[in-house]
Every structure is written in C-alpha cells, then in structure tokens.
Design a protein around this ligand. Structure first.
Ligand SMILES: [Mn+2]
Length: 344
C-alpha cells in the first residue's frame, strides 16, 4: 500500500525536477524493465525529460516492450549512462534497494548528486533515497508503482501500452499470479488496467507464448538429464553446467522458468535451479507455502529476495554447489515439517 506522506514527498521533489533518471537492477527482469518504462511514460506525459538507465541489457523476451531500445545500458555506453546520472535532479531506484544491485554501475550511481526516490518490494532497503515507497509484502514493484502513479494523479496516463508494461512485471513476479504474495489489491490494480484497455493475453503470449527452439531444447535437456527429485524431502534441484548452456547456444533469459518446472513436479514444495555463470554459480530458489526460501538463500548462499522466490550465488564450482545442496536436504525437510506444524 502506498502511504500518503510518501506520495507527498515524491510530489514535492518531482515538482522541481527537470531531468529525471530511472534506474533498476542488473540482469533486469520484467518487473525492473516494465516499471522503468511505465514510469518514464508517465513522467514524460507531465513534461519531464526522462532517461532510463540499466546496468546491462534485459532478456530478448522483453524486446516487445515499448521504449526498450531507448534504454541507456551502462555496460555498452558507460559515458552516456554517467552523463544521464550526473544531469538528473531526481533519480529513481525501481525494484531494488541496495546500490550493490547495480553491479559495475554502482559507483556511477553513488556519484550522482540528485535526489534519490525509491519504489521497491524487497526486504531491508538501504537509506540512500530521500523518500521511498516500500512494501516488502507487495508482490511486485509494478503493483506498487501503479499505486504511486495513481496517487500522483496519473491514473489516466496508464493507457493500454503502460498497463502492458506494468502487467508484465506483476505477472512474472507472481509466477503468473500463483505466489502467496498476490493480494486482492493485485487484482484490483489489474481490473483497473483492464478497464483502460490492457490486453493481458498479448502480454502473456509475448513473454511465454513463443520461444526459440534452442531454449526449448535446453529446458527439455535440463528436465531429462539435470533434474534431481527427492520425494522424501519434497525438494527438486535442476542445474546446468557451462558446457550444457554452450551446447544449446545459451542466451540471456533461456533459463527463465526452469526453476518453476522443478517446483511443478508432483509433491515438490522447494525447488532450486543452479547454473554456472562465468566465474560464479547463480541460483534461484522457489517454494510453495510457508517455507521461506529467502531465509535459506540468505543463510547458505549469500542471497535474498522474497518468501517464496529468492536468489543466491556462490564462488564454488557447480559440482561443489550441488553437493552442498544435497547435503542440505535434511535441513530443508526439517524446515518444511516445522512450517507445516505452524499451519495446523
Ligand atoms: Mn520485482
């Protein structure tokens, strides 16, 4: 929920701003990119000059998003990114709350002299912003941002195009409205956007409807050759080595959704996906129900995120990581048993 006092703060800073920079986290997902572009649309409709800046490129699966080609990418054009950050009177941090989430762009962001405003739904925000709309219970930044735009009087500016951008973030951050974080408010926001022309089917098709053959083969391979299901622990793992990804001509976004395939196995309540990513292993954690994968990711893999969806990383090899995960199966099962007791 968006607090009226926070909105007033936003309003005050925006009223005086001419140049606005909108930033989001590295490896930007649909929530990051969709909110950046939707906020830019709204602010431009009020006469502001807006630049969207991301540390690196979004997945190809988001190429359909209106305005995505105009986003300044720090890794491709650090000069332009630095200049836009430097020129901004107001800078937005969307869908992240710690500057380290910007990766190599963090120092350039730290050097910016404008006023930081944040809209985010992750736990434990840093205090660099002057004002923030923050709610860790909210299922997506897109849902929160809709409340911000509506609260600033911009409801009408969220047309069919803007609504598609926000809906993409809401849909993907909720596992297509599956996670516990989905609330009646989530659906109220969507209802309003549908009244303004949102084509939800088109968004779903654009993101999930079609995929390159290589990606489909990679998923099939992962499920057949690299998935480990442990029914006695209600847990499934799936992993990919660097060679696996090379074999199927891996591109950004290809492994999206694999963790949900593992979670979708009958009887599985906790799923982990791990992949070799240059010198690190990156992990996605998912759960259904009360078991917190955020706590698990924090404790064992320097990670964080949400109750049912979290991420982590390790500098160990993929083999070592998988061995460590197998060793943690009893701990996961004990945690699942404990949360089940909470329920009864
Ligand atoms: Mn998000």
């Amino acid at each position: 929920m968006v607090d009226a006092a926070d909105l007033l703060e936003f309003q005050r800073h925006l009223a005086e701003a001419h140049h606005i920079a909108i930033t989001s986290h590295r490896s930007p997902d649909a929530d990051a990119v969709g909110t950046s572009l939707a906020l830019a649309r709204y602010l431009r409709s009020t006469g502001k000059e807006v630049t969207c800046i991301l540390p690196d490129a979004p997945d190809e699966a988001l190429d359909w998003m209106h305005g995505v080609a105009d986003i300044v990418l720090f890794d491709r054009d650090p000069g332009a990114a630095q200049e836009a950050l430097h020129r901004a009177d107001v800078l937005f941090a969307l869908d992240y709350n710690g500057l380290n989430r910007l990766g190599p762009m963090a120092d350039a962001a730290r050097a910016a002299t404008g006023t930081w405003l944040m809209v985010d739904h992750h736990m434990g925000p840093e205090d660099f912003p002057t004002a923030m709309v923050h709610d860790a219970r909210c299922s997506s930044t897109a849902e929160l941002l809709y409340g911000v735009i509506a609260g600033l009087g911009g409801r009408e500016a969220v047309d069919a195009e803007g609504a598609a951008l926000l809906y993409a973030g809401m849909m993907t951050d909720t596992g297509s409205f599956r996670f516990r974080s989905v609330s009646s408010e989530t659906h109220r926001v969507i209802a309003e956007m549908m009244d303004r022309g949102l084509d939800h089917t088109a968004v779903h098709e654009a993101i999930f409807g079609e995929q390159p053959m290589d990606r489909m083969k990679l998923h099939a391979f992962a499920v057949v050759e690299r998935m480990e299901v442990y029914p006695e622990f209600q847990t499934a793992f799936v992993h990919l080595t660097a060679e696996d990804m090379e074999r199927f001509n891996y591109r950004a976004g290809y492994t999206e959704g694999l963790v949900n395939k593992a979670l979708g196995v009958a009887g599985v309540k906790v799923a982990v996906f791990a992949k070799q990513s240059s010198d690190r292993v990156k992990m996605s954690f998912r759960s259904v129900g009360n078991y917190s994968v955020r706590d698990f990711a924090e404790k064992h893999f320097d990670g964080g995120g949400h109750h049912n969806a979290a991420g982590g990383a390790s500098n160990e090899s993929i083999g070592v990581v998988m061995a460590r995960l197998r060793g943690l199966l009893p701990e996961i099962a004990a945690g699942l048993a404990a949360t089940e007791q909470e329920n009864t």
